[in-house]
Design a protein around this ligand. Structure first.
Ligand code: MN
Length: 311
C-alpha cells in the first residue's frame, strides 16, 4: 500500500473531504484521502453533522470490532451512548471525549437516545497504534472534562497532548496534538507549534483563515512539518480542529474497522469477527451486529479513500 509522500518542512496542501454516511448521519471524511492518509498517528477523521434528526433517528451503529487503533470521539452537540465488549456503558455529551483503545481487539456500539428527536455534531477520529502497542489489551477512557484555554478571542479545548501550558487527560501512545478552537466573533491569534510535528486544520463551522488561506467545512488543510507557529483568523463565529503529531514512520493498512500492517492480519481479524471470536460481545444494545465484508478485494479497496468504516 502506498504511504504518504514524505514531507520535510512546511506545506500548504488543500485536501477535499469526501461525503460518507455513517450509521445514518452524513459525515465529511477528511482522513484518509487519496492525497493523504495520516497526520501523525491520526489516520481517520470524520466530521459528522451538525444534523437534526427525528425520534428514532440519529446515530445507530450496531456492534462492530476494532483492532490496532484507538477510536477518539469529540462530542460537540448531542449525546451518544457507547457500549463495549469490556462492559462499559457510557454516555458522551458536549465537551467530552471518549477514547477506546482497541489494541488486540474490542467491539462496541454507538447509539443516540431512541425516544426523542435531537441534534448531533461530533468528530470521530482514529489513532493508529505504533507497532509496539498495537497488540495491547483493550481499554476504554471517558474524559468528562478537558483543559480550556482562552486566547485572543478563541476558546480552546485541548483534546490530546501538552500545549499552551495544559495537558489533556486522554491517553495516547505516540506524540500527538488535538485541539478544538471556537470563536464567537471575529478573532485572530498566532499559536505555537512543535516544529517536529506535522499538522493539519479542518474548519468545522463558519469560515477561517490559516496562514492567510481561507477555509470552510469540507477541506483539510495540511501544513506539513517545520512550523514554529500558525496564524489563525476569523471574521465571524467559527470553529476549527487542529491535529498534529510526529510523522508516524510506519506504513499502516486501514480496512473496514481495522488498522493493521498486512492483508493476512486483515483476513484474520475479519474471520475472527465473523466467527464470534477475539472481539468479545456487546451487551445491552438491540442494534444488529455488523458483518465484516469480504476481505478478498482488500488490495483493490485499500487504494480507495472510502474504507466503508462504521467508526
Ligand atoms: Mn467503532
Amino acid at each position: 500500500m502506498a504511504s504518504d509522500p514524505r514531507v520535510d518542512g512546511p506545506a500548504m496542501q488543500r485536501i477535499a473531504a469526501h461525503i460518507a454516511d455513517v450509521g445514518g448521519i452524513p459525515v465529511r471524511r477528511a482522513l484518509p484521502t487519496r492525497e493523504r492518509r495520516m497526520v501523525g498517528a491520526w489516520c481517520f477523521l470524520d466530521h459528522a453533522g451538525p444534523v437534526d434528526y427525528p425520534a428514532g433517528g440519529g446515530v445507530r451503529v450496531g456492534p462492530h470490532p476494532h483492532t490496532g487503533l484507538q477510536t477518539f470521539t469529540w462530542m460537540i452537540e448531542g449525546e451518544i451512548l457507547h457500549s463495549d465488549s469490556l462492559g462499559n456503558r457510557q454516555w458522551i455529551r458536549p465537551g467530552q471525549v471518549n477514547v477506546m483503545t482497541a489494541g488486540h481487539g474490542i467491539s462496541h456500539a454507538e447509539e443516540s437516545p431512541g425516544d426523542r428527536a435531537g441534534r448531533n455534531q461530533l468528530v470521530q477520529l482514529w489513532i493508529a497504534l505504533p507497532d509496539a502497542e498495537r497488540e495491547r489489551a483493550p481499554m476504554f477512557q471517558h474524559c468528562p472534562e478537558l483543559p480550556h484555554i482562552e486566547r485572543d478571542g478563541f476558546d480552546i479545548t485541548l483534546l490530546v497532548g501538552d500545549w499552551l501550558g495544559a495537558t489533556s487527560p486522554a491517553q495516547v501512545f505516540s506524540p500527538l496534538l488535538g485541539a478544538d478552537l471556537r470563536a464567537n466573533a471575529a478573532a485572530a491569534t498566532t499559536l505555537p507549534l512543535r516544529s517536529g510535528f506535522e499538522h493539519a486544520v479542518v474548519c468545522l463551522e463558519g469560515e477561517i483563515r490559516v496562514e492567510g488561506e481561507a477555509l470552510v467545512p469540507g477541506t483539510l488543510l495540511y501544513l506539513g512539518t517545520g512550523r514554529e507557529g500558525v496564524r489563525i483568523e476569523t471574521d465571524v463565529a467559527a470553529r476549527l480542529l487542529l491535529v498534529g503529531g510526529e510523522p508516524f514512520g510506519e506504513d499502516v493498512l486501514l480496512w473496514w474497522n481495522f488498522v493493521a500492517r498486512t492483508a493476512d492480519e486483515m483476513a484474520q481479524a475479519t474471520n475472527d469477527w465473523n466467527h464470534g471470536e477475539r472481539f468479545g460481545e456487546v451487551r445491552g444494545t438491540r442494534l444488529p451486529r455488523l458483518v465484516a465484508p469480504d476481505v478478498a478485494g482488500l488490495h483493490l479497496r485499500s487504494q480507495s479513500p472510502d474504507q466503508g468504516a462504521s467508526t
